[in-house]
Ligand binder design. Structure first.
Ligand code: ZN
Length: 679
């Protein structure tokens, strides 16, 4: 399957000049943008402008869809690791009821660890996938747990001793469950990954199982394995389905219950079908129903309110099969949608003028829809760390026959920019005053246009050769797919067509976007990687691959130049036109690799350019960044939706932005948690 539809927002964090700069005016201080800060994370608040302009019926629809979005939180924790719910509830129990010194360093460290676990949906970092190292000892942990009243702790069959002997090694032994998702191909990818998608099976057994299933595929294959756990019991490999009455059934029933309530407020017959088919899918676990839901979802274009809810993205599985549960609820920003529509309407022009081989082009680019949306609720794997752009569905055949929907999460991006405005991270990694001014003036606009092009045009472009499996690129597929979408956007950023369309009135916009891509790929994204580690995450590998390849291929003409100033390293673009040609050449090659399913070439490209980090440069970047005292990652708390009741009926819904991070997490654990400790 074709993957990676979420542009992780990290691309545009404080480290990315493009995103960090935003407008210079703006009321950054009027709203409490920052909710919390701990570890390498800053938690922000986002506003939901336009909510009050929705009709009461639309507000109720948003409300019930939001309830459905919050009920899947436990699923995500359990998918990320089988002990996560037990660990979270133990930590929450101690946090709430520990009678000892709450100012002691060990308790403070436990609080910070709990905040990290909440943020990541488990004990592994949401981005690096490495297990957190608690800032308190195992002895501290045992003492705090034993001092906490037992009725505040999750019940284990053998009591507290059982709890401690089960959980302590998982939390404290570095050798146990070290990585949530391992992409190190020299080891068994399943056995070396701590996620809860497989149990008792090896990578070879899982591949054989799904190869056998795929052998029966026709032209419209279901997404095998997307909503199941694969286990081996009594020597037999089989799937346990996530559905009502199956694994995660109690949470799924709450989700479908709220979808049922939402149904009464569907805006159009098409939207009614979307919700109904999703309910059917959750009830049966039938992946054909999931495809039906996706087809209805893509085709529904009229309603203002929209949502995503399900087992969707597969980054959490090294084999790229299992969907992690996620949800968002949103409504269309009518004004800002116009630009994305303009791009979508011209999709065929871009496809026809793309530098890829003609045989790899879609003869008809279908329904690449795009809109700018306002997020009203984030859930599951989209919370607290949220994407800034989404392109779904993932199934290739649906994309080909029915198109896809792209959205830009405008209020999330805006919150980022506003929070970044409060600091002033910028200049550190920018070489010249000219480049700095360009970033300040055009960075935000360029970033936003780039994300639209990546999502609306990039992912939807190109086609596979007949007979080529969409799974041919295996663990390199995600990185190459992101590279393809980025390169498509980069190549056309400098095209006169954008000027003609009135979207990029100043050529400096494209330059600002090129500056940001090269700077990010070669330097600034390294702040999010621990010293000594290599790149693992697909979006990061993609950016490194592009920048590194262009640096090498343009070396003879010094298209990109590495410079030193006052002991600091910078990368400077000398020739933007030639850089554009290089983007075009690489796009052609990456498209060829995808179209032909050339695994070896894809592997070479990623391994050679996208993985290894120069340790000297890495040290330097980390040191420079540390001096800025910024958080490399951001996430969000949701607004609280408060129904206004009159005689028991909802007459309005108010948004309350005052909730803090820990407060919200505790509320969600209290009110939206019904799964057993172990599923
Ligand atoms: Zn993408």
């Amino acid at each position: 399957m074709n993957r990676i539809k979420m542009t992780m927002m990290l691309a545009g964090l404080a480290v990315c000049a493009g995103c960090a700069l935003e407008k210079e005016q703006g009321s950054a201080e009027a709203f409490p943008w920052v909710a919390d800060r701990f570890g390498d994370v800053e938690v922000l608040r986002y506003q939901v402008p336009g909510f009050d302009s929705l009709t009461l019926s639309q507000k109720k629809l948003v409300y019930y869809l939001s309830q459905a979005a919050l009920w899947g939180r436990d699923i995500q924790f359990d998918q990320h690791g089988r002990h996560n719910l037990a660990i979270r509830r133990t930590l929450e129990g101690v946090y709430a009821a520990y009678p000892g010194d709450r100012e002691a360093p060990a308790f403070k460290a436990l609080e910070e660890y709990l905040k990290k676990v909440w943020f990541a949906g488990g004990i592994h970092h949401h981005y690096s996938m490495d297990k957190f190292v608690p800032g308190f000892t195992q002895a501290d942990f045992e003492a705090m747990v034993r001092a906490t009243p037992a009725d505040s702790l999750p019940g284990f069959p053998g009591g507290v001793d059982d709890l401690l002997s089960t959980l302590a090694p998982v939390m404290f032994d570095p050798a146990v469950d070290a990585k949530r998702v391992s992409l190190d191909h020299s080891r068994d990818l399943i056995l070396s990954s701590a996620n809860n998608f497989y149990e008792g099976v090896t990578e070879a057994e899982a591949e054989a199982f799904y190869r056998a299933l795929a052998a029966g595929d026709g032209a419209r294959p279901v997404s095998h394995g997307l909503n199941t756990k694969l286990v081996k019991q009594n020597g037999v490999v089989r799937e346990i389905v996530w559905k009502s009455g199956g694994m995660y059934g109690p949470a799924i029933d709450k989700i479908t219950g709220n979808l049922q309530l939402a149904l009464a407020f569907a805006e159009t017959p098409g939207q009614r079908q979307v919700i109904e088919s999703l309910i059917d899918y959750y009830k049966t676990g039938d992946l054909k129903e999931f495809d039906a839901y996706n087809v209805h979802w893509v085709e529904e274009q009229q309603a203002r309110v929209d949502f995503v809810n399900g087992f969707i993205e597969v980054y959490g599985d090294p084999l790229g099969l299992k969907g992690t549960w996620e949800a968002i609820v949103n409504f269309k920003d009518l004004d800002k949608t116009r630009r994305a529509e303009q791009l979508s309407a011209a999709a065929q022009w871009f496809e026809d003028h793309s530098p890829i081989d003609p045989s790899h082009k879609k003869k008809q680019v279908k329904g690449v829809s795009a809109k700018v949306i306002t997020i009203a609720m984030l859930g599951g794997d989209c919370y607290p760390s949220s994407p800034v752009g989404i392109n779904l569905p993932n199934a290739d055949w649906i994309r080909k026959e029915h198109g896809s929907k792209s959205v830009t999460l405008d209020n999330i991006m805006y919150a980022h920019n506003q929070a970044a405005l409060l600091k002033s991270s910028l200049g550190e990694f920018i070489y010249s005053e000219e480049e700095l001014q360009r970033a300040k003036k055009f960075g935000a606009e360029a970033r936003s246009l780039f994300v639209d092009m990546h999502e609306c045009l990039g992912h939807g472009s190109g086609q596979l050769n007949p007979g080529v499996s969409s799974e041919a690129l295996k663990n390199y597929a995600s990185t190459l797919e992101e590279a393809r979408a980025d390169l498509f956007a980069l190549y056309f950023m400098m095209d006169p067509k954008l000027q003609e369309m009135g979207l990029a009135p100043d050529p400096e916009m494209a330059r600002a976007s090129y500056d940001s891509e090269i700077r990010g790929g070669l330097m600034t994204q390294l702040v999010r990687v621990d010293y000594g580690q290599q790149l693992e995450e697909a979006h990061m590998r993609n950016r490194k691959l592009i920048a590194e390849w262009c640096l090498e291929q343009g070396a003879d003409r010094r298209v990109i130049e590495k410079k030193q100033k006052e002991g600091k390293t910078y990368f400077v673009i000398n020739d933007y036109e030639r850089l554009r040609e290089l983007f075009g050449r690489l796009l052609r090659e990456v498209q060829r690799i995808k179209s032909e399913g050339d695994f070896e070439a894809g592997k070479q490209l990623v391994e050679r350019y996208g993985v290894r980090i120069d340790s000297t440069l890495h040290r330097e970047v980390l040191d420079r960044y540390a001096r800025l005292d910024l958080a490399p990652y951001a996430g969000f708390v949701n607004p609280r939706m408060v129904p206004v009741l009159q005689d028991g009926a909802i007459v309005d819904i108010h948004l309350d932005y005052s909730q803090g991070y820990a407060e919200q997490m505790l509320e969600y654990s209290r009110n939206y948690s019904n799964l057993p400790l172990y599923n």
